[in-house]
Design a protein around this ligand. Structure first.
Ligand code: PEP
Ligand code: MN
Length: 338
């Protein structure tokens, strides 16, 4: 961490910075220039120390962090790629793992048919929300426990793992009884009590990026999961909010190579919530695989016209089957397989 003093800062002010650093067990290097003094603070945990501790001191011009604020999610902490394994399906290796299914579990018939069609096309994990975080309290909120029971039945019937969202920190143990993977939705990326409980649960988790957070904030929040002892963490890029309004969100494809550079965690992409329209989803899914995503989370509905949630962005079974064929070719071109 670098503390830059104001021009002409008094020697007592510089000394106060040095004393504060020492009280935190940091070592100090002073660079006394003709106009300005710069204080370098050294220590293994400077990434986790609040910059405000120094910024508030009299005579301080600015405080700049050199270390990243996230620790356990960083490549410095763990150099080799992490693999998450669900029923023998590895995420983060050579295989691009496709997870697909409806936005919400709506009925037995709908979720059974969804599982059948996505499995037939080569997807290996079924998605479906039982608890839905809806913008309006008047929208369909999901079938809740009955939805979880349907997912568990379909998982038995088709021998396919399921991923479903947990919204409330108190529901973590309930949902993890039924799900193979918990999903943390974009709106809950900084719901720290939820992250803490899922960190303790050790259940594999898909951790979506908030549409209003940077990659650094996302990885720093991932430390809550890892710090609790859960190392089965899969990041999921699902688009961020920008000034662009021709799509629901802007898919930040760049975050995939950025994550690969700075973190050991696997990263998948949800092209459905980013694009917001079924016609745009295939191109975004292919771009994600080309950019190095370890998997995809795609909304597919047996009959999107009748969907209770997110029908406009859901692929039909035949569109999904066609996309899977195209994805196999893209995966092969980048040294992966589906
Ligand atoms: C979902 O996956 O259905 C969902 C609500 O996604 P997000 O949290 O990315 O909006
Ligand atoms: Mn959805």
């Amino acid at each position: 961490m670098i503390v830059e003093m104001r021009t002409g800062a008094a020697s007592e002010e510089i000394d106060a910075v040095v004393q504060r650093a020492k009280s935190l067990d940091l070592s100090v290097q002073l660079n006394i220039g003709t106009d300005k003094t710069v204080v370098a603070l050294l220590g293994s945990n400077t990434g986790q120390i609040d910059t405000d501790i120094f910024a508030v001191l009299p005579g301080v011009e600015s405080v700049t962090r050199i270390m990243k604020p996230y620790k356990l999610a960083s490549r410095e902490f763990k150099a080799e790629d992490s693999l998450v394994s669900i029923d023998g399906i590895e995420i983060g290796g050579k295989r691009v793992v496709v997870m697909a299914g409806p936005c919400a579990v709506e009925s037995e018939e709908q979720i059974v048919e969804s599982a059948r069609v996505i499995k037939e096309s080569g997807a290996c994990i079924l998605r479906g929300g039982a608890f839905k975080p809806r913008t309006s309290p008047f929208s369909f909120q999901g079938l809740e426990k009955a939805g979880l029971e349907l997912l568990a039945r379909v998982r038995e019937q088709f021998g396919i793992p399921v991923v479903t969202e947990v919204v409330d920190p108190h529901d973590v143990s309930l949902v993890s009884k039924y799900a193979d993977i918990l999903q943390i939705g974009a709106r809950n990326m900084q719901n720290f009590p939820l992250l803490t409980n899922i960190g303790r649960s050790k259940c594999p988790v898909i951790f979506k990026r908030s549409f209003s957070c940077t990659v650094t904030e996302w990885l720093t929040a991932a430390d809550y999961l890892l710090a609790g002892g859960n190392n089965q963490v899969i990041l999921c890029e699902r688009g961020i909010r920008t000034f662009e309004d021709s799509t629901r969100f802007s898919l930040d494809i760049c975050s995939i190579p950025v994550i690969k550079r700075v973190s050991h965690l696997p990263v998948i992409v949800d092209p459905s919530h980013a694009a917001g329209h079924y016609s745009l989803v295939p191109a975004m899914a292919k771009a994600a695989v080309a950019a190095g995503a370890d998997g995809l989370l795609i909304e597919v509905h047996p009959n999107p016209k009748e969907a209770l949630v997110d029908g406009l962005q859901s692929l039909t079974p035949s569109d999904f089957a066609r996309l899977m064929d195209e994805l196999r070719a893209i995966a092969k071109a980048v040294g992966r397989y589906i």
